[in-house]
Design a binder for this molecule. Structure first.
Ligand SMILES: Nc1ncnc2c1ncn2[C@@H]1O[C@H](COP(=O)(O)OP(=O)(O)OP(=O)(O)O)[C@@H](O)[C@H]1O
Length: 256
């Protein structure tokens, strides 16, 4: 598998400096610095409980940091009004781990929902076209009238991604996109994440424990260790180490 190039000459779409967050006595994020460059897929790795979700919640303004700066698309998330934050969130798509589809709605209705809610000026025809185009992009146009319960886990994941993409976000946040899927479906989801990057020019943060996914989709990889991104670079750079905190990740995923 060929390593993807880093895109560090692009502009920054997320800039995080000196981010700190504690819950009671537990200091989760201890001065986190991180940049996301336009057009790149940045994979975030780290043991359970190291603060990956906390970081994502701070990026979308669901949690407030104790200290530090978080700029998303040139806006400081902790300094903007609630209305500005809501507008910013529309530009940041969040693909949940459990896909979070509405079980009582068809696939078509699931995709229509965010569009109709957020882009009230669209005609019925425009909504239909957008839904069909997006389902086609994830290869599932044939499921348009099905219920989520009739789909496989991989298909639900794709529909969840399509539903997030339909608002054409500039940034995508993927939370464990391959969790609980078989290896073949994992490869399909990895390919989809790469297709989304190419076709929609999104910049993405991908949280995962799956190093095959990290290697396949990441232009860069960042590993959260003891409250900071202590390893950051290409996949090879991050794992070319004898650091005992890093090696087990590799050994567990790629038994050699
Ligand atoms: N709202 C909250 N109140 C109190 N503690 C919290 C809150 N949110 C997160 N935490 C704590 O912060 C730590 C980091 O949680 P987080 O969910 O970010 O971990 P994670 O790295 O995403 O883990 P996983 O890989 O298991 O999803 C955990 O110890 C968690 O209990």
């Amino acid at each position: 598998m060929e390593e993807k190039p880093t895109l560090k000459n692009s502009t920054k779409v997320i800039e995080i400096k000196g981010l700190n967050k504690s819950f009671g006595n537990y200091h989760v994020l201890k001065g986190v610095d991180l940049d996301l460059y336009k057009g790149e897929n940045l994979v975030v790795l780290g043991k359970s409980g190291t603060g990956k979700s906390v970081l994502i919640k701070i990026i979308v303004g669901l949690l407030t940091p104790d200290a530090g700066q978080v700029s998303v698309l040139n806006q400081h998330v902790d300094q903007i009004t609630y209305k500005e934050l809501l507008a910013l969130r529309l530009k940041v798509g969040f693909s949940f781990q459990n896909s979070a589809l509405y079980d009582s709605m068809t696939v078509r209705e699931n995709l229509e929902f965010p569009l109709v809610r957020n882009q009230k000026s669209l005609t019925k025809r425009e909504v239909n076209m957008a839904v069909e185009e997006m389902l086609d992009a994830v290869g599932l146009l044939q499921t348009i009238n099905q219920m989520p319960s009739e789909l496989s886990g991989g298909q639900r994941k794709r529909i969840g991604i399509a539903r997030t993409l339909i608002l054409r976000p500039e940034i995508m946040l993927y939370d464990e996109p391959t969790a609980g899927l078989d290896p073949i479906t994992c490869l399909e989801i990895n390919n989809l994440i790469n297709e989304v990057q190419e076709r929609f020019h999104t910049s993405s943060i991908v949280i995962t424990h799956d190093l095959t996914c990290a290697k396949a989709v990441g232009n860069r990889v960042a590993m959260l260790l003891d409250g900071q991104f202590q390893r950051l670079g290409t996949f090879e750079e991050v794992f070319n180490t004898n650091d005992e905190r890093v090696k087990p990740f590799y050994d567990y995923n790629f038994i050699h």
